[in-house]
Design a protein around this ligand. Structure first.
Ligand SMILES: *[C@@H]1O[C@H](CO)[C@@H](O)[C@H](O)[C@H]1NC(C)=O
Ligand SMILES: *[C@@H]1O[C@H](CO)[C@@H](O)[C@H](O)[C@H]1NC(C)=O
Ligand SMILES: *[C@@H]1O[C@H](CO)[C@@H](O)[C@H](O)[C@H]1NC(C)=O
Length: 419
């Protein structure tokens, strides 16, 4: 959601993208090896997905989620993500020849990015915080998951019209820090570039392309309970959809980011091993007099289904606001809850539709009236093929623990030829 308050503020100039002396070197030194990555949610280690369950030999990068920003620019917090586990995560990764990165921020952990980067003094302090954190834990990379510069995010983030400019200045300073030389730096980003001071997506991200190794485009949660109809969680394409249903996709994101100057080989496609659920009465779910599922049906927003056993059951968020259950089902959760067989195909009595434009499968349980938009082997293969055809840098899956017997992972590795 754009913050209209800030939109009306001064039309400030964009960014100072002047080249720093290290740019040429950092570009020359930049690796171009494919990124085969996933996020590991530390809090799931004790909920059925310990480190030993990770298919370490299939990835080359894992992001530990999350180190959260704090009001103190000299510290990052691991309290919500099992801080004790991070050193074990790093040694496990290294034992398998996998790069261990920390993901900083996240949806609930971005509250203090803006103030931590607000002044030259704070940026210098935060550079030190980040490089010290990386040294302490022997990390190979840092991913900034600021959701999102000059955007309210979860609702109580510190925010400034200068966020994006400050973010770039911070990354430039970090890149020049001798202790950060060997670190892979990335950012988890939305479908469009960061907002400039006027609240519009940047039209020139070449400054970021110089200091970041890559961006991971979070092409998921594109559709959810905030739209009046059911739609794709993680659409591959939307330019083939009716205009009302063009809410962004991998195709639109790659188009926007590359048009702003991000090279395709610095774009990693974020993919989802989970789906979103909606409560849809049969009268809306089926085409009349048939049992064929309708595309983009209406649903009952006041009846958000509960997702699988990893779904939050509702509670007060970090901003002190009550949030209902998310309604997300991991791929294994769709099997657990009887939507899919152990082969990942629709279970008996479950209705199924595959949308060819967005490359999205849907399942529907008529008795519980729950419809889920998710990803399966077929849609992961389509995304993998797109990565290969478009020559993107690779993929990153949210999250490692969402898959079932590596069915999704194997599919996208095979189709993308990334390994
Ligand atoms: C800089 O960081 C300090 C300490 O973390 C914080 O109190 C202060 O508000 C920050 N400055 C700005 C302008 O946000
Ligand atoms: C996306 O849709 C457009 C319009 O139909 C089509 O030209 C393009 O090939 C599609 N791209 C992919 C990757 O499916
Ligand atoms: C939507 O769900 C609410 C809560 O369960 C229920 O009270 C209401 O009757 C439902 N509306 C329709 C149109 O089914």
């Amino acid at each position: 959601m754009l913050s209209t308050f800030f939109l009306s503020l001064l039309a400030l100039t964009n960014l100072n993208v002047s080249a720093s002396p290290l740019d040429a070197r950092s570009i020359a030194a930049r690796s171009t090896k494919p990124v085969v990555a996933t996020w590991y949610g530390g809090w799931h280690a004790t909920e059925g997905f310990p480190l030993s369950s990770v298919s370490w030999n299939k990835y080359n990068t894992l992001y530990y989620s999350f180190a959260e920003t704090t009001r103190d620019v000299t510290s990052l917090s691991l309290t919500d993500s099992d801080g004790e586990l991070l050193p074990k995560f790093v040694s496990e990764a290294h034992a398998h020849g996998v790069e261990a990165h920390i993901a900083v921020g996240g949806w609930t952990g971005s509250i203090w990015f803006s103030s931590n980067l607000a002044t030259a003094k704070n940026r210098t302090a935060f550079v030190r915080t980040v490089v010290d954190f990386a040294s302490k834990y022997k990390l190979d990379g840092i991913q900034f998951d600021w959701e999102s510069p000059n955007d309210q995010g979860i609702g109580c983030n510190t925010i400034s019209v200068y966020d994006t400019a400050n973010f770039l200045a911070f990354l430039q300073e970090l890149r020049e820090n001798p202790k950060a030389k060997k670190l892979t730096l990335s950012a988890a980003v939305g479908l469009g570039p960061f907002f400039n001071a006027a609240g519009h997506p940047l039209t020139d991200v070449t400054g970021f392309a110089k200091v970041l190794d890559y961006v991971a485009v979070m092409n998921y949660d594109v559709w959810g309970s905030w739209f009046p109809t059911v739609g794709p969680n993680a659409p591959l394409n939307d330019s083939c959809a009716a205009s009302a249903n063009q809410q962004g996709s991998a195709v639109s994101a790659v188009k926007t980011w590359t048009a702003a100057g991000m090279p395709v080989d610095q774009i990693v496609l974020g993919v989802a091993s989970y789906g979103h659920s909606f409560s849809v009465p049969p009268s809306d779910a089926f085409k009349s007099h048939t049992k064929k599922l309708v595309a983009y049906p209406a649903y009952n927003a006041s009846n958000q289904p509960l997702g699988d056993s990893w779904d939050n059951t509702g509670g007060v968020d970090v901003c002190g606001v009550y949030e209902a259950q998310g309604g997300t089902f991991n791929f294994w959760g769709l099997i657990d809850n009887g939507f899919l067989t152990k082969e990942g195909t629709p279970a008996d009595g479950i209705y199924y539709r595959y949308d060819a434009c967005s490359q999205t499968p849907y399942v529907y349980n008529e008795r519980s009236q729950v419809m889920v938009s998710f990803d399966n082997v077929q849609s992961f293969a389509a995304k993998g093929k797109y990565i290969k055809d478009t020559k993107l840098r690779g993929f990153a899956m949210w999250e490692a623990g969402g898959d079932y017997k590596d069915m999704l992972l194997d599919s996208i590795i095979d189709a993308s030829k990334c390994s």
